[in-house]
Design a protein around this ligand. Sequence first.
Ligand code: ATP
Ligand code: MG
Ligand code: MG
Length: 585
Amino acid sequence: PAAPPTNMFAEGWLKRVYEEKPVAVRTRFPPEPNGYLHIGHAKAIAVNFGMAKHHGGICFLRFDDTNPEKEEEVFFNSIKEMVRWLGFEPYQVTHSSDHFDRLYELAEELIRKDKAYVCHCSKEEVNLQRGGPDNRSPRYGCAHRERPTEESLAKFRAMRDGEYKPGEAHLRMKQSLTDPKEGNPQMWDLAAYRVLENSWHPQTKDKWKIYPTYDFTHCLCDAFEEISHSLCTTEFYLSRQSYDWLLEQFDMKVPGSEEKGPMQREYGRLNVEGTILSKRRITMLVNGATLTIKNPDGTTSTKHVPPAVRGWDDPRLYTLVAIRRRGVPAQALLNFVSELGVTTSLTVIQTYKFESSIRKYLERTVPRIMLVLDPVKVVIDGLPDDYRVDVKVPYDPKAPEGASRVMPFTSTVYIERGDFRKVDSPDFFRLAPGKTVGLQNAPFSVKCESFEEDDEGRVSLIRVSKVEGVKPKAFIHWVGTEGLDVTARQYNTLFKCEEPNSLDWKEGGYANDLNPESEIVWPNAKIEPAFAELRKEHAASPSHASDDLVRFQAVRTGYFCVDPESEGDKLVLNQIVTLKEDSGK
Ligand code: ATP
Ligand code: MG
Ligand code: MG
């Protein structure tokens, strides 16, 4: 199983956060179960689970499920699976909703302390009270703010009992809205509870008609679970004050001190450019989109954009399910996050940086074998029909004494179409009429004597002769007649441009920038017969439990893995990354 990267805890921001509060570490990873995790979440997982692991502490997986309108069972399951894929085991899987009763009790207590009130103002009215559109006008409290606590309590119970429709009543915290010196909008009487109509909650079913907000829920759940370090991303920096304020109301925290209760600290997000991470936009790529277009004459029309990928786990995406399916090892992803390090600033990284990190990891860890994507048959003249030489080849050329396989070399072999040219040229060193090329690991080189082509001019057969004692200028890879048939898929960027987020997503212009070569399928590829052994050995090895894919370097081509949808003998391979930067474009 994957071990967490550790160097990011031994120095920098994470080390300082620990030193600020050097206690037994209890952290949590708190996703909203409203979508699939993406590469940015891998950072949050590595930070929270990794910090606990580094310090011998514990980490909760807490589903922040306070918004039942957007939550679905598949997301709960997928999130759990991805945490485990990354090699972490939650101390406990919890839900904010596990604490709904206790949160409700505390809401009543807050009202009794005159620190919360039921408000009936509209969204627009609340915005005006909070200083208007630019937050600059004088702020003021509404009449509800001054109502007796008994009245708020009765109204809050009425909210609970379903007597209000959404928007007719909400519970607000009585913070510093009316203090002209309070500059933090997070202190301007935030909402604590709201009414949601027809809400069916995956955990609490139809029990609740009111749901607590993030601002009310998060700090309290952290306190309930005795979280020591509550690590979140920097967009919550201003929330730290309201986080502490609420805990202080219940003596769960002491003003101006981190001695008691959880400590919130904020780190920079990880954004990846060159791909799309927004849930809404990936949904458009997965499902296709129906868009309303404004015409120049003021009328509108409808435009349908077809799906651009096969699903949320399409290897061209950067969701974690897609990254896994593409074949990226969990440890390589963790190493990547660790290498980037953690600070308070946003990390923006291009997809090719991610790929080069993966490549670096795979280079040291996977066997090398030969795969021919677009095979052309080569017949070696003058050999007996039953000619066969078993060549023993190490899986790692740098470790000739290490594990090896047998490559049966026969009188017919398959080579890559691109390694042959009908017309030779001086700058071409591979196979062409009259030219000699080496076949990697084969007992001799071959010289092209003639070739045949089909009606469309595609080469269908190459005849060669055996050449000995001449050192060829180049060596190419090959697969003998015992090779296995496979389908291989290669991936390139989904979009032609480098910043697909800046495309037109509103009216569907993004569709024009889709890269027609984002997926290239080779349905007749051939791989060495030893691949069957490799798969068998892999299946028998117990060490692959959380990261169960066969990966290899296809010599001269790229890194590949077996797609999980392969069935029996019908093998499908996914290219994880190319061998060298940009070589696939
Ligand atoms: P998104 O809108 O991209 O789904 P989110 O913040 O709504 O992000 P959550 O489900 O709330 O997603 O995320 C769970 C945790 O992961 C949070 O602590 C959040 O701060 C963190 N997180 C989300 N996106 C990133 C990112 N790009 N980099 C680092 N951490 C992230
Ligand atoms: Mg969120
Ligand atoms: Mg989210």
